[in-house]
Ligand binder design. Structure first.
Ligand SMILES: *Cc1c(COP(=O)(O)O)cnc(C)c1O
Length: 421
């Protein structure tokens, strides 16, 4: 089964040279993995040294159809020869088509286009506050959000996010934001009130460690928002666009938000984001209240149209459920066989293996070991190895990915035993 070329180990001198070159010119915000990808196709990534890796990271839940999918390449190159950019001084055909698709396929009536998840959330947060201001007054501006949530890296979105370290040193932060523990219904009941503009949540707290929200919790959030004239906002930047087996995760929860933010997989690798809302809520974004130079640009929207056409096919969504079950069962087996995971969490193709107590803090080490075994994965914090592969990954490819994670886990488990004895 030559689906995926054999793995190889990045040479360490080469990794050091890459790190030195990076550190010389890049701001020190990132510490990239020790390989330099040069080209990719499907779930196969090739580095500058000609080594191949099986990609279960998918550009952090972005490359929903894998790398360089023919339908996306065709959409991009076709649009590239026609029209790139106009700004919102003009409307354009791909943007209108995409807005028509998104409103037809979701609860939403109106769309605002941005270029990233943070910007989609910035739009959602500003819209929620503006709606509350228009209908109830300036006092109603509070945002209720979850501890460990991630909503992006702008000042407003780090303030709403539930990782205090991401907001540290960037103050003064926007005010009126409350954080509560996920799934704590009494905390939710205690904090939502007459001054609440919005309850802002990820249907699955992804970056924070793949924390599943109880259906009853999300339903209670909906009820409390209705009681207090607050808006329920779902950040579906990571869970959206087929990732959990439905087009958006809210469909599977049986709870409909008033505003939804989407980005990551929407462009399959081309930057795009959007805030979706009901007509009544969207009406508060009157002319001049918000905007973006690049938002809705024809290249991004042409690619996103092609992506949405593919991702909404029933056989693709069925593959997400089937491969999700396969990978989840596979990770559980690796956990049992090696003792490295205590639990596997997630839904569809958003999955995390939780490091067992004996391997506490070891998610990053497992990710690095996995690179040496020819498979690219992600972490979610220090305790979760996360995978967010292409939604069209095949059964054979998923099996190879699992084999390689198993190899890495066995290697790490034996070296951890060696070091502790
Ligand atoms: C990635 C992510 C964001 C931020 O998206 P960017 O495109 O990096 O700005 C926001 N919310 C969630 C849930 C995400 O996973």
């Amino acid at each position: 089964m030559p689906v995926v070329p054999a793995p190889a180990t990045p040479d360490s001198a080469e990794a050091v040279a890459l790190a030195e070159r990076f550190d010389a010119v890049m701001m020190p915000t990132y510490g990239p993995l020790p390989l330099l990808p040069a080209r990719a196709s499907g779930v196969d990534v090739e580095d500058t040294q000609g080594r191949h890796y099986l990609d279960l990271a998918g550009g952090i839940a972005v490359n929903a159809l894998g790398h360089c999918h023919p339908a996306l390449v065709a959409a991009l190159t076709k649009q590239a020869g026609k029209l790139w950019h106009l700004s919102n001084v003009f409307a354009n055909e791909p943007e209108l088509e995409l807005a028509e698709q998104l409103t037809r396929r979701t609860f939403a009536d109106r769309v605002f286009f941005a270029n990233s998840g943070a910007e989609a959330n910035e739009a959602a947060l500003k819209l929620a506050r503006r709606y509350a201001y228009d209908h109830f007054g300036a006092h109603k501006h509070e945002i209720v959000a979850l501890e460990r949530a991630f909503h992006g890296r702008t000042l407003f979105t780090v303030a709403v996010g539930g990782t205090p370290a991401y907001a540290e040193g960037f103050g003064p932060a926007p005010e009126g934001i409350h954080h509560i523990a996920p799934n704590d219904i009494s905390a939710l009941e205690a904090v939502v009130g007459p001054n609440t503009a919005a309850v802002f949540i990820e249907p699955i707290v992804a970056e924070g460690g793949i924390i599943m929200l109880d259906r009853s919790y999300v339903q209670r959030a909906r009820e409390l928002c209705d009681e207090h004239d607050a808006l329920l906002v779902f950040d579906e930047v990571q869970t959206g666009v087929g990732r959990t087996g439905t087009f958006y995760a809210y469909e599977g929860l049986g709870v409909t938000p008033d505003i939804l933010s989407t980005a990551k997989a929407l462009g399959g690798g081309f930057p795009i984001g959007a805030a979706l809302a009901t007509e009544r809520v969207a009406a508060s974004f009157v002319r001049g209240t918000h905007g973006s130079t690049f938002g809705g640009n024809p290249l991004a929207c042409a690619v996103a149209n092609a992506l949405v056409n593919e991702v909404t096919k029933p056989e693709l969504l069925a593959n997400v459920v089937e491969r999700g079950a396969q990978l989840s069962a596979g990770l559980e087996k690796i956990g049992r066989d090696t003792g490295i995971f205590s639990e596997v969490r997630g839904q569809g193709l958003l999955l995390g293996g939780v490091m067992a107590p004996d391997h506490a803090g070891g998610a990053k080490q497992l990710q690095l070991t996995a690179v040496e075994h020819g498979v690219l994965t992600l972490v979610a914090g220090t305790e979760v190895l996360r995978i967010t592969p292409a939604l069209n990954i095949t059964e054979d490819e998923a099996a190879v990915g699992l084999e390689r994670i198993a190899g890495a886990a066995a290697h790490l488990a034996s070296s951890d035993r060696g070091s502790s004895s």
